[in-house]
Design a binder for this molecule. Structure first.
Ligand code: SF4
Length: 704
C-alpha cells in the first residue's frame, strides 16, 4: 500500500458552495480527495464533481510554456510582447481600447491585481468577468435594496428555516452539497416545507412539498402577487416596515396594479390557482422563511427586478437578519463573490466601492497612489465583446475562461476575437475554443498548484492552498499580472512577491478610512502575517476587528447601508423576456448546468466517471413537443435560433415543460462541431445589471 504524504486543507474549485477539501498526494502520483469535516460549508460532504477532483489533475492538454504566435518563448519575451502590444495600443487609442476579461475561477488575489492594473494604472475600466453571467443581477438588486452588495444569510439559515423557497435554482445539481444539507434538515424536521419554483421538474423537486412549474420569465408577477397578498391578507410586519424600510407604498401599489388577484397571477404565470394560494399561504403563515435564488432568476433581461420582487416580500414581513430568514442569492462560481469584493466588475472599485462615487474614487486613488484611476465605468461582458467586434477595443487579455463557448451569441464572439488586433489568453489548458484564437498564450497555475482565497455564497473566505508543484513554466495569475504591470512601468505599485502580499493589501484597502461603515470590511485581517494567511480558517466577512470570528448574518440590527439606514422596497413592473416565440421559432430554449460537469468541461471532462452521467450534448423535450416536431428519444435533432444552430441528442421527458426545451451549457467544439449551445443564445441583457438572458431564446427544432 502506498505511503500517504501530507494532507492539505483547500477549497473546491467548482461551484459557489465553496466546500472544504482535504487533498493528499500519494506516492503513486495520484491525489486522494476527501471532504473537510471542519469546513463549515460542507462539514465533510462533497458532491460528485468535488469527489472526482483527483481524476482531473493530470497534465494532458496542459499549457506548460508561454507562446507567441504559436512559438515557445521565455516568460521575459512573452511579458515584453504583451506589454509592448498593450502600451502601443493605449498610446494610440487610449485606455478604453484595451480590456481584461477575467473569471469567477481566479482567486481573489488574481482579481485584485488585475483590477488594480486596469483601473488604477492603465486608467480604463474595461475589466469584466464571466461572473457577469452568473450573479450581477443579484448584486444590482442588493445594492438597490440595501445600499450595498450584501448577502444577508448563512447556509445555516437554510437548515433553520421552516419554509425554504427555491426559485430559479436546481440546487440538487448546481449546489449539491447545500441540497444535501437541506435534505438532511428536512428529514430531521419533517414539518419543514420546501417549495420549488421552476419551469422544469428538476432533481430538486424530489424534496419539494410543492412544485410550481412557472411560465418562463414570469417570476416577478408571482412575487408581486405574493407582496399584494401579504398586504391584502394582513401579514405585514408594520413595525419593521415603518421603522426600517422606505418605498413600501409605491412597491405594493405597483404590485397590486401589475399582479392583482390570484386569477390574474395564474393567467400570467400559467400556474394553477390553488397552487398559487398554497404557496402564498405557506409564505404568509411561516415566520422562518429563506428564499434561495440563482441563475433562473438572475439570467434575465429583468433579472434585477426579479431579485427585488423577492427581496420586497422579505422586507414586507421583516424576515431578514434573523436566524432562518432572508433572501439568499447563490453564486454559480467558486469566487464570484471574491471578484465582487475587489472590483472584478467593470462598474466597481475594490472593497465594494464605486468608480463614479467621488469619495470612493478619491479614497482608492490615494490608497493606490494612482493618478490615473479610471473615472467612468467600463464595458460589461456583452458590450466588451461588441466593442471588440466594432473595433473600439483592440486588445484583450482573457484569463481562465472560455468565452467562445460560454458567452451568448458565441459565434459573434469568435468572429470578434478573430478580428481583434491582440488577443492574450492566460490558461491552464493548451487547446480550447478560445486559446485557438490567441496571439499570446500564458501558462497559468491550476487548482492544486496555486495559493490564495475564494469567497463562497455565504460570504465565507476560504483558502485555496497548493499541494502540487507548478508544472513546466506555469505561474499564478497574480504573478503574471504583476510582471506585466512592472514591464509597463508601474513597478512601485506592484511590489507583490507572494499571494499573501496581495491579500494583505486588499484587506488594508478595505480598512483604509473605513471606520466600520462599508458593508465589505475585512479590516480585522489588514495586518495578517504570512503565517496567519497560511493558517487562515474559513471566515465570513465582515471581519471588523482582529479578534472577530466573522459575521454569520447581516442586518440583525435592522440597519442598512442606504443614506437613511432604511432598506428600500423597489417598485417592480414585471416584463416578459425580451424575445418571444414565433411561428418560425416556436419553442423557448433554456440553458443550464448538469450535475457532473463544470462550465466548458476543460477539467471535469477529464474524469471518466463524470462523463458517464450524461455523455454527450442533449436536449430535453416534453413528449407533446416531441410528437409535434417528430422527434424520437435517442435520435439527433437540429436546433436553430436567429443567432446560431447546433446538433444534439434528444431526450424525451415529462420533466420538461411543454413549449420549452433544455440544453446544458458544457459542450464545445473540442467535443464536436455544432455542440456550443451559446451560439444560439441571444446576447440581450438586463439594462441594470448587464446579465444576459440565457434562459429564454426562441428556437426551432427538427429531427436531424
Ligand atoms: Fe465542489 Fe460545489 Fe460540489 Fe461542493 S457542492 S464539492 S463546492 S462542486
Amino acid at each position: 500500500m502506498a505511503e500517504q504524504q501530507t494532507t492539505t486543507k483547500t477549497t473546491c474549485p467548482y461551484c459557489g458552495v465553496g466546500c472544504g477539501v482535504l487533498a493528499t498526494p500519494l506516492e503513486t502520483g495520484t491525489v486522494q480527495i476527501e471532504g473537510d469535516a471542519e469546513h463549515p460549508a460542507n462539514l465533510g460532504r462533497l458532491c460528485s464533481k468535488g469527489s472526482a477532483l483527483g481524476d482531473t489533475l493530470d497534465l494532458g492538454n496542459r499549457l506548460l510554456h508561454p507562446k507567441v504566435d504559436g512559438k515557445r518563448v521565455s516568460w521575459e519575451q512573452a511579458i515584453t510582447s504583451v506589454a509592448r502590444g498593450f502600451s502601443e495600443i493605449i498610446a494610440k487609442h487610449g485606455p478604453e481600447s484595451v480590456a481584461f476579461y477575467v473569471s469567477g475561477q481566479v482567486l481573489t488575489e488574481d482579481y485584485y491585481t488585475a483590477n488594480k492594473l486596469m483601473k488604477g494604472f492603465i486608467g480604463g475600466a474595461n475589466i469584466d468577468t464571466n461572473s457577469r453571467l452568473c450573479m450581477s443581477s443579484a448584486v444590482a438588486a442588493y445594492k438597490r435594496a440595501f445600499g450595498s452588495d450584501t448577502v444577508p444569510c448563512s447556509y445555516e439559515d437554510i437548515e433553520l428555516a421552516d419554509l425554504v423557497v427555491l426559485t430559479g435554482s436546481n440546487l440538487a445539481w448546481c449546489h449539491p452539497v447545500i441540497y444535501q444539507r437541506l435534505k438532511q434538515a428536512k428529514e430531521d424536521r419533517p414539518e419543514m416545507k420546501v417549495v420549488v419554483i421552476d419551469p422544469r421538474k428538476t432533481a430538486t423537486c424530489d424534496i419539494a412539498d410543492l412544485h410550481l412549474p412557472v411560465r418562463p420569465g414570469s417570476d416577478a408577477t408571482l412575487f408581486n402577487g405574493l407582496l399584494h397578498y401579504l398586504k391584502k391578507e394582513d401579514y405585514l410586519d408594520l413595525e419593521f416596515l415603518e421603522a426600517h424600510t422606505e418605498g413600501f407604498a409605491s412597491a405594493t401599489s405597483v404590485a397590486k396594479a401589475s399582479a392583482g388577484s390570484i386569477p390574474q397571477v395564474a393567467a400570467v404565470t400559467e400556474l394553477q390557482e390553488q397552487d398559487i394560494v398554497k404557496f402564498y399561504q405557506l409564505f404568509a403563515s411561516t415566520e422562518k422563511v429563506v428564499t434561495v435564488y440563482s441563475q433562473g432568476i438572475n439570467q434575465s433581461t429583468t433579472g434585477t427586478d426579479k431579485c427585488n420582487s423577492i427581496i420586497n416580500c422579505h422586507l414586507a414581513t421583516g424576515r431578514i437578519g434573523q436566524p432562518g430568514m432572508g433572501p439568499f442569492s447563490f453564486t454559480g462560481q467558486p469566487n464570484a463573490m471574491g471578484g465582487r469584493e475587489v472590483g472584478g466588475l467593470s462598474n466597481q472599485l475594490a472593497a465594494h466601492m464605486e468608480i463614479t462615487n467621488p469619495e470612493h474614487h478619491d479614497r482608492v486613488a490615494r490608497f493606490w497612489k494612482a493618478d490615473n484611476l479610471a473615472t467612468e465605468n467600463g464595458a460589461k461582458a456583452i458590450d466588451m465583446f461588441e466593442q471588440i467586434a466594432s473595433g473600439k477595443i483592440k486588445a484583450i487579455w482573457i484569463m481562465a475562461t472560455n468565452p467562445v463557448v460560454s458567452l451568448p451569441d458565441a459565434d459573434k464572439v469568435k468572429d470578434a476575437l478573430k478580428k481583434c488586433e491582440l488577443v492574450v489568453v492566460s490558461e491552464c489548458e493548451e487547446n480550447t475554443d478560445t486559446t485557438a484564437l490567441a496571439d499570446i498564450l500564458l501558462p497559468a497555475a491550476a487548482w492544486g498548484e496555486k495559493d490564495g482565497v475564494v469567497t463562497n455564497s455565504e460570504r465565507r473566505i476560504s483558502r485555496q492552498r497548493s499541494f502540487l508543484p507548478l508544472p513546466g513554466e506555469a505561474k499564478p495569475d497574480w504573478w503574471i499580472i504583476t510582471q506585466l504591470a512592472r514591464k509597463m512601468g508601474f513597478e512601485t505599485a506592484f511590489p507583490f512577491e507572494k499571494s499573501a502580499d496581495v491579500f494583505r493589501e486588499h484587506a488594508q484597502l478595505s480598512a483604509f478610512e473605513n471606520n466600520g461603515v462599508r458593508d465589505f470590511n475585512i479590516a480585522g485581517l489588514a495586518d495578517i502575517s504570512d503565517e496567519g494567511y497560511d493558517n487562515l480558517i474559513p471566515i465570513q466577512w465582515p471581519v471588523i476587528n482582529k479578534a472577530d470570528k466573522g459575521t454569520a448574518r447581516l442586518f440583525s440590527d435592522k440597519q442598512f447601508f442606504t443614506p437613511s439606514g432604511k432598506a428600500r422596497m423597489i417598485s417592480v413592473e414585471p416584463k416578459l423576456p425580451y424575445h418571444q416565440v414565433s411561428d418560425e421559432y416556436p419553442l423557448v430554449l433554456n440553458t443550464g448546468r448538469i450535475r457532473d460537469q463544470w462550465h466548458t468541461m476543460t477539467r471535469t471532462g477529464r474524469a471518466v466517471r463524470l462523463n458517464a452521467h450524461i455523455p454527450e450534448p442533449m436536449v430535453q423535450v416534453h413528449p407533446l413537443d416531441a410528437a409535434n416536431f417528430h422527434l424520437v428519444d435517442g435520435s439527433l435533432a437540429e436546433i436553430k435560433s436567429r443567432w446560431g444552430e447546433m446538433i444534439v441528442r434528444v431526450v424525451v421527458t415529462d420533466e420538461q415543460r411543454p413549449g420549452s426545451i433544455f440544453v446544458p451549457i458544457h459542450w464545445s467544439d473540442q467535443y464536436a462541431s455544432m455542440a456550443r449551445v451559446d451560439a444560439l443564445v441571444a446576447a440581450v441583457y438586463d439594462p441594470i445589471s448587464g446579465q444576459p438572458e440565457s434562459k429564454h431564446t426562441p428556437v426551432s427544432i427538427r429531427a436531424y
